[in-house]
Design a protein around this ligand. Structure first.
Ligand code: Q9C
Ligand code: ZN
Length: 565
């Protein structure tokens, strides 16, 4: 079946632990894996998955990322005495060795490879590997942060080499910076690495200058490394969604990956002693969903961190349940990103619960140009020296995220207290007069994929998350110019709202689109938007102006959340 979800788990990977006293390592316990798996069994999710066995990664596969000297060193650990193991461990930071960890590390890396094989050959659509030890901190010649071999980095190189993947996106939602992954791919434009992480101005482990936002990659890889450092703890669902909508997704769609790998650490969830963040486990359903329309749905999630056993197990279940295609939970109480706004619970509850989305009437259909990610992010590193790095990066982001969408003028609709109408078109309409009627004019029309997708990711999704509709109604006007693939992407993304209650109104003369529409409503992944790869940069900043205007009413449209603190 091409519809399944793989689950990789082996009890063997619970069979190593810390054998001496080390406060830095005591949170990395075997129960992390067993409680996660038991939760999947208890909820019936594991039965719905395709069980794929792990295997050991071969030397050659480990050497795709690591040095021979390092591999030879780790190979000796199964035969070491306790004293030798302690001494070996001392070379590295915040990691421990055990006589069985080499075996488990080979299984962990091999699990990631089994998952890539299953997904790339089409045996399954997507999957998750529950592994120990984690991988994203380990470097070419060093263990680090509980990690021995870099499971996801090895998997990315393997996907390119064995399956001919041209572009691999790595999304690292663990709360630590996967510096090992960054180092591995920083000069490589074929692997785009995105990481958010607790940073606190370099006060938080691994305390690296290169974890900051201005590490954008090197040489031809410049623009293909994206760090979102959190400078304070307590980040919540709205912050994570903003980072996805405003930073990761526009770049990810433009990158057009053949495969998405997730460094799926759940120490970014509430209750984790390392992360100290406030995002709830159900955020991972949404993060997973937002990535599932990339790469034709080919997504492999590989466990990294997560040290609160309750939060970890719930987060793993949310991720797997979403991979299986179940409707997503509605996210309650989305505040404004970063700054917790003064809005009260009652004010939020008074908000209406219906949405009417009307992307139609697209008359002017012209090719639309997006900024090349590379150019804009390089600007952050090399730009005007009279601006601070922060201002430079902000400018670069604004430049990349901008798309020409002059504000539509349209007659005021006064009955919109119970719905939010977003109308995307190519026609200049009357000025917006009501919070709940949002005309968006794409000056090059809705047939332009780049402008349309930028509007969907940067405006429509955040609006939808803040509004939290109970129903999504969607219609495409005759002659709108929205291409079938773009249309499918739109539906696929909007299915994340209203527990998946999506109603599409088809036009009678739109019969040819019935198939693609039905397909995505049934849960098939939307096909990738290849054309985004070849477009030239756009010329407008109207989308950015519109975002700024709407920010007064819609806090989720704030894009400077990551600069706070
Ligand atoms: N307070 C992963 O999440 N520092 N690694 C521990 C204890 C090291 C985290 C300090 C954290 C490593 C995969
Ligand atoms: Zn972590």
């Amino acid at each position: 079946s091409t519809m399944g979800t793989a689950l990789i788990y082996d009890e063997e990977m619970t069979k190593y632990k810390l054998l001496w006293v080390d406060p830095a390592c005591k949170i990395e316990v075997p129960e992390r894996l067993s409680v996660s798996y038991q939760a999947l069994v208890r909820t019936g999710l594991s039965d719905r998955c395709v069980a794929v066995p792990p295997r050991e990664a071969s030397d050659a596969e480990i050497l795709l990322v690591h040095s021979e000297e390092y591999l030879e060193g780790v190979k000796k650990t199964p035969h070491m005495t306790l004293e030798d193991l302690k001494e070996f461990t001392l070379q590295y930071g915040d990691v421990y060795f055990h006589p069985n960890i080499y075996h488990c590390a080979k299984l962990a890396a091999g699990s990631a490879l089994q998952l890539v094989d299953s997904v790339m050959t089409g045996t399954v659509r997507n999957g998750m590997a529950l592994v120990r030890p984690p991988g994203h901190h380990s470097m070419r010649s060093a263990a680090s942060g509980f990690c021995v071999f870099n499971n996801v980095a090895i998997a990315a190189r393997y996907a390119k080499q064995k399956h001919g993947a041209k572009r691999v996106l790595i999304v690292d939602w663990d709360i630590h910076h996967g510096q090992g992954v960054q180092y591995c791919f920083e000069d490589d434009p074929s692997v785009l690495y995105f990481s958010w992480h607790r940073y606190e101005h370099q006060k938080f482990w691994p305390n690296l200058r290169e974890s900051d936002y201005d590490s954008v990659g090197k040489g031809s890889g410049a623009g293909f490394n994206i760090n979102v450092p959190w400078n304070k703890v307590g980040m919540e669902n709205s912050d994570y969604l903003s980072a996805f909508c405003h930073v990761l997704l526009p770049v990810a769609y433009e990158f057009c990956p053949d495969l998405v790998l997730v460094c799926a650490g759940f120490d970014s969830a509430v209750g984790d002693p390392e992360g100290e963040m406030c995002a709830t486990p159900d955020i991972f359903a949404h993060l997973t969903h937002l990535l599932m329309n990339l790469a034709g749905g080919k997504l492999c999630a590989v466990l990294e961190g997560g040290y609160n056993l309750t939060s970890l197990a719930q987060s793993v279940c949310q991720t797997v349940q979403t991979l299986l295609g179940d409707p997503l939970p509605r996210l309650a109480n989305l505040g404004s990103p970063c700054e917790r706004s003064g809005q009260t619970q009652t004010e939020r509850c008074r908000k209406s619960r219906n949405v009417f989305l009307l992307p139609g009437n697209y008359a002017l259909l012209r090719p639309y140009l997006s900024h090349e990610m590379k150019t804009s992010v390089e600007f952050a590193a090399t730009g005007n020296s009279d601006l601070s790095p922060t201002a430079l990066f902000t400018k670069a982001l604004q430049k990349r995220l901008s798309a020409g969408i002059p504000i539509l003028l349209r007659k005021k609709i006064s009955v919109l207290r119970k719905m939010l109408v977003v109308q995307i078109s190519g026609e200049d309409k009357e000025e917006q007069k009501c919070k709940y009627y949002i005309p968006m004019c794409l000056k090059k029309g809705c047939g332009d994929t780049v402008g349309f997708i930028q509007a969907v990711l940067g405006l429509l999704l955040p609006l939808g998350y803040e509004y939290d509709p109970g129903l999504v109604l969607l219609s495409r006007m005759p002659g709108s110019g929205v291409g079938d693939c773009t249309w499918q992407q739109l539906i696929g993304l909007l299915k994340g709202f209203a527990k998946g209650h999506t109603l599409v109104l088809m036009q009678t003369n739109d019969g040819a689109c019935m198939g693609p529409t039905a397909s995505v409503l049934l849960g098939h992944p939307a096909p990738p938007l290849q054309e985004l790869l070849t477009r030239l940069p756009d010329d407008g900043d109207a989308l950015e102006r519109m975002r700024e205007r709407l920010q007064a009413d819609w806090k989720m449209l704030e894009t400077l959340f990551f600069l706070h603190g």
